[in-house]
Design a protein around this ligand. Sequence first.
Ligand SMILES: [Mn+2]
Length: 360
Amino acid sequence: MMGDRGTAQGGVARTPLDDAALAALLAAQMDTTLAEAAWSLIADARRIVLLAHEHPDPDALGSALGLAHALAPLGKECVVACPDPPPPSYSFLPGVERVVTALPDERFDLVIALDAGELARYGTLYEQHRAFFDHATILNMDHHVTSRGCGQVNIIDVPSAATAELVTLFLLQRGVPIARAAAICLLAGVITDTRAFEFDATTARTLAVGAYLVSRGAVPAAIIKPVYRMKPLAKARLWGLALATLGSACDERLLWAELRQDMLAEAGATADMDDGLPSYLMDIDRACVIALFKEAADGTTRVSLRAAEPYDAAAVAAHFGGGGHMRAAGFSLPLGLAPAKAEVLAYLQRALAEQSPSRQ
Ligand SMILES: [Mn+2]
């Protein structure tokens, strides 16, 4: 009871969020000259092939499918092609079942290449139709800083966290409606390229694009759950077995785990089910360097490394004949798991002792 001072109760919303105002704000983000050039290519085309790059991620597939969903009502016949079949875990993308891995023919008026700036990244599609692509009219839309552009019109927008963010701005600039199916595909691209708005590439504009796509009917949980949360029971069992081997040294700054062939058998797991385990280990409180020792079927050992600043996983991998990036790298050793582990851990403990953040 609030007594006799009275109470006020209710939510904050007096009117729904104004989608039209949000759309207008986002539309104004698009470079008009570049957009006009791209839309004139689309206007001249009746049959369009939209390309997602090899080893597709939801940004490549979602950008291609989202654009296809939006262009179809404009009378465009759209074929979405990707050199590799979309993984089954992307079945939540509307229209993904219609993605082809080979071109049915070459009778396309326009190619729209998405999420990569070099034709070689479209793999076998390019290799099998090199002459066609070398003479085709191409619109290239991408957000990678390394992209040179492979089209007559190239929209390479590095501030976009995802190609799908750029595609959303592009459609809104023209006032093309984004219905629910397109919104789901585009939001999948934005969410996965930012790991659900976690990565530094996420801007206020990225979130505004997300807000707009949600207003069009896309549901974040329907993307985040299948991509990041759902896993086969065998994978959970395998991780349980691997996590039971967790070891630590150097004041818990160095962590490691083993994944042996007998664990795969016991869990009923496949060899790729360690996917995500190194990142999981790096999320343990004090971890600076982690190593996952994976026994290969031939008895040799594959080592996956992750490192936080100031440590360099690529340098460690290079020492053992492997490669990768500063934060994630790997290598193989022609040794059984126990001797490989002893050698690598001795090296890592020396490296961490030499470069202790507490002594800097
Ligand atoms: Mn991308």
